[in-house]
Design a protein around this ligand. Structure first.
Ligand code: FAD
Length: 467
C-alpha cells in the first residue's frame, strides 16, 4: 500500500491522525504525498473573515517549510469550486500511485457531501478514502441510549467524559525523521487581507501558547473567565479553527495535570475543559443535524418567527452605537481585534435578537465576516443558544438585561472604557447607563439607548409566545 493525505483545515504535523496514518503505511523510507485544495469561493460562502484568511495563509507559509523538512511532499492547488475536488484528488492519487487517501473529517453538510463524492471517484480507481477525526477529541459517535444525538449539553458532557475515560486521550505517533521533500509552491490566492499578527503562527509557537495557558493560567479560569476586562481566556479558538492545533493537544496537556483525566482537574482547568466540550457539542450537532447547515433553527417551530427587518438598527449594532455601553464595547472590540470575549459575545447576541428582535442569522453572518475564529459550528451554536432557537436548556424567557450584565461582569467599567472612547471619563456609577450623565454634560457624542429594554423584553416574549 501507498498512502497520501488530502489536507484541509488541518495544516499541522502533530496530532494529525490522517497524516500519522499515512506515515505509518509508507514507512520511513518513503515520503508522504499530500494535497491541499484551496477553494476561495467556498470560503467566501462560509464568510471567512479577512483576518481569518490572513492567519490561515500565514500558517500555510510556515507549514510549507515545516512539512517539507518532515518529508511531506505537498502540492497546493487553488480551485474554483468543490465540484472539481474529485478530479484533483483523482489526479493526485494517480500521479503518486496511491492506494489510500487519508483525511480528517469536516462536519458541515457541504463538506461531507464533497467528501462522499470524492470517495465515489476514488472507489472507481480502487483507492480507499480513510476518514479520521482530528478536529475533535471525541468523534461524533456518542449518542443517547436510544441512538439519538444529544440535544442538551449537560448529558452530552457527561457522556463525553465517560467516552474519554474509557478510550483515553487520542494521540498520534510523532512522524519519524524522513528525507526532506521539496517545499510546495504556494499559488497566487486572491483573498482579502487584514493583519492577524497578534496571533503567532508555526506549530511550536502555538503549542507553547497552549502549554503556558494550561500550566500557568487555567487554574484562574473559573473565577475570571466571565470578566472581559481581565482578558484571561486562552485566545486559542482560532488555532483549532484553522487547524494549526488539534484539541487532542489540549487534552494531552490537561491530562498531565490529572492521572484520572478527564476527571480530577482543579476547578479552573475543569471549567476550561468544559468549554472545549461545548466546542465538541456543536461540532457533533453540525454533523448529525443537517438543517443547521442550511440556516434553519435547531428548534424548528422558531423558524416561523417574524423578525424585524430593521437595517438601520442592525447597522447601529454592527457599528457599536446602540447606546448600551457593554454591547458597544464588544462590537468595537470585534472591529478592532477580530475577536470578542465570550461573555460579551453572548450579551451582544442577546441584544440583537431579544432587544432589537432582529434575525439571529444576520448576527451569525456578521460574526463570521469579522471573527478570526469564525467557526460554522460554534458560531451557529452560540447564536442559536443566545436566540433561544437552539440548545439552551432554559426556555425563551431567558432575556439578558444588558445594563445588569454590564454591572455584573464589568463592574468598574474598565472593559467599556477600553473600547468606548467617548466614555473614557465617565464615572463608574454612570458607566453602565450613561444616558442621564451625558445629558447633564450636554454631550451628544455617544448615543442615547436605542431601545427601552423593558418594552423590548415584553415585545420579544410576546413574539416567542405566539409561535
Ligand atoms: P477559552 O475561554 O479559552 O475557551 C477554550 C476553548 O473552548 C475555546 O478556544 C473554544 O474553542 C472553546 N469554547 C469556549 N467557549 C465556547 C462556547 N461557548 N462554545 C463553543 N466553544 C467554546 N467560538 C468559536 O470558536 N468560533 C465562533 O465563531 C464562535 N462564535 C460565537 C458566537 C456567539 C454568539 C457566542 C455566544 C459564542 C461563540 N463562540 C465561538 C464561542 C466562544 O465565544 C469562543 O470560542 C471563545 O470566546 C474563544 O476564546 P478563547 O479561545 O479565549 O476561549
Amino acid at each position: 500500500d501507498y498512502a497520501g493525505v488530502w489536507l484541509r483545515n488541518d495544516l499541522r504535523l502533530s496530532a494529525n491522525p490522517a497524516l500519522a496514518a499515512a506515515s505509518e503505511v509508507n514507512g520511513e523510507q518513503r515520503c508522504i504525498p499530500a494535497l491541499l485544495l484551496i477553494c476561495p469561493a467556498q470560503m467566501d460562502e462560509h464568510d471567512w473573515a479577512p483576518i481569518k484568511w490572513d492567519l490561515y495563509v500565514r500558517q500555510l507559509e510556515a507549514f510549507v517549510v515545516e512539512a517539507a523538512e518532515q518529508g511531506v511532499l505537498l502540492h497546493i492547488e487553488v480551485i474554483d469550486s468543490w465540484r472539481t475536488a474529485g478530479k484533483s484528488v483523482k489526479r493526485f492519487a494517480e500521479q503518486h500511485g496511491l492506494t489510500q487517501v487519508h483525511i480528517n473529517a469536516e462536519y458541515p453538510v457541504h463538506e461531507q457531501r464533497r467528501d462522499r463524492a470524492v470517495q465515489g471517484v476514488l472507489q472507481l480507481m480502487q483507492v480507499a478514502l480513510k476518514v479520521h477525526h482530528g478536529s475533535v477529541i471525541v468523534p461524533p459517535v456518542v449518542t443517547t441510549q436510544s441512538g439519538q444525538v444529544y440535544q442538551k449539553f449537560t448529558p452530552f458532557a457527561r457522556a463525553w467524559r465517560d467516552y474519554v475515560a474509557q478510550h483515553g486521550v487520542p494521540r498520534s505517533a510523532p512522524l519519524p525523521k524522513r528525507a526532506a521533500a521539496k517545499p510546495a509552491t504556494i499559488p497566487e490566492i486572491d483573498y482579502p487581507r487584514r493583519d492577524s499578527s497578534a496571533w503567532a503562527v508555526g506549530e511550536a509557537n502555538a503549542q507553547q501558547v497552549l502549554r503556558d495557558y494550561v500550566n500557568n493560567q487555567s487554574s484562574h479560569y473559573a473565577a475570571e473567565r466571565d470578566m472581559p476586562a481581565l482578558d484571561s481566556t486562552s485566545r486559542l479558538s482560532a488555532y483549532w479553527e484553522i487547524g494549526l492545533l488539534s484539541p487532542w493537544q489540549a487534552a494531552a496537556v490537561l491530562s498531565e495535570l490529572s492521572p484520572t483525566f478527564p476527571f480530577g482537574l482543579d476547578k479552573g482547568a475543569d471549567t476550561w475543559l468544559t468549554e472545549l466540550i461545548w466546542r465538541e457539542f456543536y461540532s457533533h450537532l453540525m454533523h448529525h443535524v443537517p438543517r443547521l447547515s442550511y440556516g434553519h433553527a435547531f428548534l424548528r417551530h422558531t423558524d416561523a418567527m417574524q423578525w424585524r427587518q430593521d437595517n438601520e438598527g442592525f447597522q447601529r449594532w454592527c457599528d457599536g452605537k446602540t447606546g448600551f455601553p457593554l454591547v458597544d464595547a464588544g462590537m468595537r472590540q470585534l472591529a478592532a481585534e477580530g475577536w470578542m470575549h465570550n461573555r460579551v459575545r453572548m450579551i451582544v447576541a442577546h441584544f440583537l435578537v431579544k432587544d432589537l428582535l432582529i434575525d439571529w442569522r444576520w448576527g451569525e453572518r456578521f460574526f463570521m465576516q469579522n471573527l478570526i475564529d469564525g467557526s460554522f459550528a460554534a458560531n451557529n451554536g452560540g447564536w442559536q443558544w443566545s436566540a433561544s432557537t437552539g440548545t439552551d436548556a432554559a426556555p425563551y424567557f431567558r432575556v439578558f438585561n444588558p445594563t445588569l450584565q454590564s454591572e455584573k461582569f464589568d463592574p468598574d467599567g474598565s472593559y467599556i472604557r477600553k473600547w468606548v472612547n467617548e466614555l473614557k471619563d465617565c464615572p463608574a456609577k454612570h458607566i453602565h447607563a450613561p444616558g442621564n450623565w451625558l445629558k447633564q454634560q450636554g454631550r451628544t457624542d455617544y448615543p442615547q439607548p436605542m431601545v427601552d429594554h423593558k418594552q423590548a423584553r415584553e415585545r420579544v416574549l410576546a413574539a416567542f409566545k405566539s409561535l
